[in-house]
Design a protein around this ligand. Structure first.
Ligand SMILES: Cc1cc2nc3c(=O)[nH]c(=O)nc-3n(C[C@H](O)[C@H](O)[C@H](O)COP(=O)(O)OP(=O)(O)OC[C@H]3O[C@@H](n4cnc5c(N)ncnc54)[C@H](O)[C@@H]3O)c2cc1C
Ligand SMILES: *[C@@H]1O[C@H](CO)[C@@H](O)[C@H](O)[C@H]1NC(C)=O
Ligand SMILES: *[C@@H]1O[C@H](CO)[C@@H](O)[C@H](O)[C@H]1NC(C)=O
Ligand SMILES: *[C@@H]1O[C@H](CO)[C@@H](O)[C@H](O)[C@H]1NC(C)=O
Ligand SMILES: *[C@@H]1O[C@H](CO)[C@@H](O)[C@H](O)[C@H]1NC(C)=O
Ligand SMILES: *[C@@H]1O[C@H](CO)[C@@H](O)[C@H](O)[C@H]1NC(C)=O
Ligand SMILES: *[C@@H]1O[C@H](CO)[C@@H](O)[C@H](O)[C@H]1NC(C)=O
Ligand SMILES: *[C@@H]1O[C@H](CO)[C@@H](O)[C@H](O)[C@H]1NC(C)=O
Ligand SMILES: CC(=O)N[C@H]1CO[C@H](CO)[C@@H](O)[C@@H]1O
Length: 599
């Protein structure tokens, strides 16, 4: 916070109202609250409070959206005898660890923590459901979305947007809220040879493009583009949806070849906080076009559709590798640090992928009861059927390991040819289980962090994987560094432009146990600090990060924060959209019990 305010002073001439915020006293009419002022309610309405909209108002909203207003029971309620939604059969059919359960439900999210554990499907735990939104619009058109935004703005109701519910930072669920559920905004259109952005009479962007509605999920986007032999820059999950993915930046195993997902965007349609249905591109609404590509979900509006550049689906050679040592081998982390330090070199050779460090885990290689440390991964090289490039790089890494620590490390790799990306994805998508309490820590690592100081790298990676594992994904590289997004740039965290590795570590913990929550909180701070120390001047990817990063403005948006904040203040002066960690969220906080109140 402090560092960002210091930077504000340098931009004084363009950002006077924001600067005044930093020097204002606790005067009743706070000078930075241009539209939020003493007549603004101190808190958002909650059910039961005088200002909560009357049943008649909700009913008229329901009419506006064609009867699509829902008041859903929390999905776990079917497992709680005594709850009106209780159903033994429903409970038996509820697969809480399946991503599909959460993405297909109007209110459910993947990580229990963000509902404050208020209706886990475990009968012995409470099911109050208050962590979930009260009303949901099952939106299928921009007009449905607009009705929700207008209603929330006019009635001082907390507003959220839910798509798949994947969010690691808990932005797609909130108590006492109206939720706009965009999952059923489905639809895809192929532009085979070129795309002309609306209102840009002289611009024709060559190459194929995809227009997709906001609820389209990765597996649908890959399947649709695959039909014409194309691929979209997408994530590795199946049910992750375009809405949150693209607005946060969107990394991909293909990103080092083509750029981030946000870099592919040619146009977007949104509903703004003022309820306007807008088209954003390089010729119109250019500030919002810039902000919606990396500035974060549910902050600047609701994306209803997006048009992205797509590519011929490339041939791929995939590799699975692992290098391991006995957990008591004193050089294990020297080896791990060495391997990770080679990643910029691999990325420069066109290699990308998903390596994972494992730290004191049961020997999954021979199934014995020994404990091992090491690194395992699925990596690829594209646009070739020649396995020798990939194999050669791995061979020389393994040779170096064997020469440096003879006889004490063991390794393995194999390669497989895939005729296109979709064939690779079909075997290698991320099908990890979900449905538990989880907090993540993360950091982008640039060449300096990965290669300058092996002792710092080793120390940081050992701490960062202390929970048992940490990802060191190679999802940035040449095309991310050299990206030329339409309109001259986008809001993606600048550190992506020099990063090679997106490192994450997650803590899973049991529900409804204050001791465990406290332990998780402690470890989340520990992990964030350990990896931040390795790369203090980079930042972290907002979609896969800790909600509790200190200095979150700088961490998630770096030097783009000031511009994002001024856009936020101008398009959403009363904070119709509010979430954390989100641009411009400084003026409100969630009180105990989850009510949103002005700071
Ligand atoms: C198993 C798994 C794999 C993943 N793999 C990748 C990966 O390979 N690459 C990657 O970059 N990320 C990946 N992610 C992270 C993913 O990008 C984020 O979880 C992202 O927030 C998901 O967006 P969503 O819309 O699906 O989810 P939601 O949780 O529904 O939404 C996330 C955020 O976006 C907002 N939002 C959703 N739709 C819209 C919209 N239409 N307009 C405006 N705001 C919207 C929500 O309000 C919320 O703030 C993965 C996550 C998981 C759990
Ligand atoms: C407070 O804000 C509202 C709109 O948000 C505006 O109508 C009103 O004039 C403002 N009041 C003052 C005292 O600025
Ligand atoms: C909205 O209207 C539909 C159709 O009339 C109805 O089935 C539904 O229950 C209503 N929603 C709410 C929350 O009352
Ligand atoms: C939401 O709308 C879609 C599309 O009309 C429909 O298929 C689905 O059943 C609806 N879901 C709920 C819970 O009403
Ligand atoms: C080192 O060499 C041995 C013997 O050839 C082999 O079994 C082992 O897998 C090698 N280790 C690595 C990391 O390549
Ligand atoms: C490659 O190696 C991995 C890890 O040992 C193994 O699980 C996989 O089956 C192998 N694949 C092939 C095609 O041999
Ligand atoms: C809560 O977690 C702590 C630490 O893991 C454990 O010791 C304790 O038994 C747990 N309490 C309950 C009620 O499960
Ligand atoms: C979460 O639940 C605890 C009680 O289990 C409560 O004290 C706390 O206020 C809740 N937090 C929010 C944000 O609602
Ligand atoms: C129920 C639960 O685990 N809630 C926690 C979610 O995470 C935050 C930060 O760790 C805690 O403050 C909540 O108590």
């Amino acid at each position: 916070m402090v560092s960002y305010l210091l930077q504000e002073t340098m931009l004084l001439f363009t950002l006077v109202p924001i600067f005044l915020c930093s020097v204002a006293s606790a005067a009743s009419l706070h000078p930075c609250r241009r539209d939020i002022n003493e007549s603004t309610p101190a808190c958002r309405a909650i059910p039961g409070s005088a200002s909560w909209p009357s049943p008649d108002l909700w009913e008229s909203l329901n009419k506006t959206v064609g009867g699509r207003l829902l008041m859903p029971a929390p999905p776990g309620a079917v497992c709680h005898p005594g709850n009106p939604a209780y159903s033994a059969l429903g409970c038996a059919a509820l697969y809480w660890s399946s991503e599909f359960t959460h993405s297909e439900d109007p209110v459910s999210v993947e990580w229990n923590n963000w509902t404050n554990d208020t209706c886990i499907p475990i009968p012995s735990l409470p099911c109050t459901g208050y962590g979930y939104p009260v009303y949901v619009i099952n939106a299928t058109t921009p007009q449905h979305v607009k009705a929700g935004v207008d209603f929330a703005r006019a009635n001082n109701v907390r507003l959220i947007v839910k798509n798949s519910g994947h969010d690691y930072v808990g932005r797609s669920v909130a108590p006492h809220a109206l939720s706009i559920w965009v999952h059923h905004m489905k639809g895809t259109e192929l532009h085979e040879t070129s795309f002309s952005p609306a209102g840009c009479s002289y611009v024709t962007i060559p190459g194929p493009a995809l227009t997709a509605l906001a609820g389209i999920q990765m597996l649908e986007a890959y399947e649709f583009t695959g039909k014409s032999g194309h691929v979209v820059v997408g994530g590795n999950g199946r049910t992750v949806a375009l809405g949150g993915y693209i607005t946060g930046g969107g990394h991909s195993i293909l990103a080092p070849q083509y750029g981030l997902a946000a870099d592919q965007v040619l146009e977007m349609d949104i509903v703004s906080p003022q309820g306007e249905i807008l088209t954003l591109n390089e010729c119109q609404n250019t500030d919002l076009f810039w902000a919606m590509r990396g500035g974060g979900g549910s902050t600047f509006g609701v994306m209803t559709s997006v048009t992205m550049k797509i590519f011929p689906s490339p041939e791929i050679v995939g590799m699975t590798f692992w290098i391991a040592a006995s957990a008591d081998n004193a050089n294990a982390f020297d080896m791990i640090a060495y391997v990770v330090s080679q990643f910029p070199h691999l990325a420069d050779a066109g290699i990308s992928g998903y390596p994972i460090i494992f730290n004191k885990v049961k020997n999954f290689i021979d199934g014995s009861d020994t404990v091992i440390k090491g690194i395992i991964g699925k990596i690829i090289i594209t646009k070739t059927n020649d396995a020798s490039i990939l194999a050669g790089k791995m061979e020389s890494i393994m040779n170096h390991v064997n020469a440096t620590w003879p006889g004490s490390m063991f390794g393995h790799y194999n390669t497989t040819y895939y005729p296109n990306f979709q064939a690779w994805y079909a075997e290698n998508y991320d099908g990890s289980p979900t449905g538990y309490d989880n907090i993540m820590a993360s950091r982008l690592l640039d060449r300096a962090a990965l290669t300058d100081d092996m002792l710092s790298l080793k120390t940081a990676l050992a701490k960062f994987s202390a929970i048992g594992q940490a990802t060191v994904y190679i999802v940035s590289g040449k095309a991310v560094h050299e990206a030329q997004p339409r309109g001259g740039g986008n809001a993606v965290l600048p550190a992506w432009r020099r990063a090679y590795v997106h490192a994450t570590s997650s803590i899973a913990y049991p529900s409804n146990n204050d001791t465990d929550v406290a332990i998780a909180d402690y470890f989340s701070g520990f992990l964030s600090a350990a990896i931040r120390e390795l790369a203090p001047d980079t930042g972290a990817y907002v979609n896969e990060a800790s909600k509790f990063e200190s200095d979150w403005q700088q961490t998630f948006w770096g030097d783009h924060y000031e511009r994002l904040l001024s856009i936020k203040r101008s398009v959403d002066p009363t904070d119709v959209f509010w979430c954390t960690p989100c641009v411009g969220s400084e003026r409100w906080e969630e009180k105990a019990g989850g009510r949103l109140c002005r700071v």
